[in-house]
Design a protein around this ligand. Structure first.
Ligand code: SF4
Length: 342
């Protein structure tokens, strides 16, 4: 079976395609499609897989002509292009499978696809493969939310990537987040009990990237890397050892909640392991809004001091802000500017 994986284009000017930074660094796009290359690793070894990332390269008619089946899908800012890809597949008579977070949240919008893979793919792809081999040409495969055992996740097919096209390549240690921010789809999609891979699993992923010659920036794409602090504290010493043995080939970034600032040991450990940047959802300087959005971990603290504590550990903060909560007053703009300036 010849499988063409197509990573859909992100909408212009979305958070996910900061083109100017890519231009400065000589990359075509920030992040590699970790989801699709993980799904590729779940397919039978004798199937042929090709990957086209529409954010970095053109999809040729010949690619579609080659394929027996197309697999695509992604996040909400990729929806327009995903629907376009589904239409292209129909126009040339190719069956198409769609998966990823957006179809999982809004399956009705993707009813034109032949197959839908909803939720995490690891434990349901076998069902899809069996159906395909039986000759089925449509179906829906759905994983129970937040239950997938990530220790069974395969080593992603990093070999399918053109590694020089990206600012960073992703790996994943955990899925899920223990918090309950009401605007966030992570907890709807992956649950509130963070599940972690084994240390050996992640080391094998880094070994694979290293063996392919990749060096530099690796992003831990975890929803909240410190969601399961106990597991992380067991993982970081192994990761640091791995880095030391190889003379620190990688520098890491990730996402974490602001309560990271309350744990100096963990901060030091991250810094010692060569984490240099962390995305933190600050969201709003307005305490009433933070309380209403149930982002309680951001209240009862000085946001500025917490950020300074992370800076002092040698890690810079890439801050997320959200504008437009119902509880906002006319004054939110100035408060946000002051918070950023601080
Ligand atoms: S801390 Fe981040 S990942 Fe966790 S629920 Fe809040 S916004 Fe979502």
């Amino acid at each position: 079976c010849k499988v063409l994986m197509i990573f859909p284009r992100f909408n212009a000017n979305s958070f996910w395609n900061y083109q100017a930074a890519c231009d400065l660094a000589g990359a075509r796009y920030p992040a590699a499609p970790l989801g699709l290359i993980t799904v590729a690793a779940l397919l039978p070894a004798e199937w042929d897989v090709r990957l086209v990332n529409r954010n970095t390269e053109e999809l040729a008619d010949a690619d579609l002509a080659w394929a027996d089946i197309v697999m695509t899908g992604g996040m909400l800012p990729q929806r327009n292009d995903t629907l376009h890809i589904i239409a292209m597949c129909h126009a040339c008579g190719k069956p198409v499978v769609v998966g990823g977070p957006d179809v999982t949240s809004s399956p009705a919008l993707y009813s034109a696809a032949n197959f839908q893979v909803l939720g995490e793919a690891e434990e349901i792809m076998d069902g899809f493969i069996a159906a395909w081999r039986r000759g089925d040409r449509q179906g829906v495969f759905e994983a129970p939310m937040g239950k997938t055992d990530v220790t069974k996740s395969p080593l992603p097919r990093f070999d399918l990537l053109k590694l020089d096209q990206y600012l960073h390549v992703g790996v994943q240690f955990s899925r899920g987040c223990p918090f309950s921010c009401e605007f966030c789809d992570i907890i709807e999609l992956y649950g509130r009990v963070p599940r972690t891979k084994t240390n050996a699993q992640v080391m094998a992923e880094l070994d694979a990237l290293y063996a392919l010659g990749y060096r530099g920036h690796v992003d831990f794409v975890d929803d909240n890397l410190i969601g399961n602090k106990k597991a992380l504290k067991k993982f970081l010493p192994d990761l640091r050892r791995w880095q030391e043995e190889k003379d620190f080939p990688f520098e890491f970034s990730t996402e974490a909640s602001i309560n990271l600032a309350d744990d100096p040991d963990l901060l030091r450990s991250l810094s010692d392991t060569n984490f240099f940047a962390i995305f933190v959802g600050i969201e709003s300087p307005d305490t009433d809004s933070l309380v209403l959005m149930q982002k309680k971990q951001n209240t009862r603290r000085s946001l500025q001091q917490s950020i300074e504590t992370i800076h002092k550990a040698g890690i810079f903060v890439n801050a997320g802000f959200i504008v437009g909560f119902d509880s906002e007053k006319g004054s939110v703009a100035q408060g946000m500017i002051d918070c950023i300036e601080d």
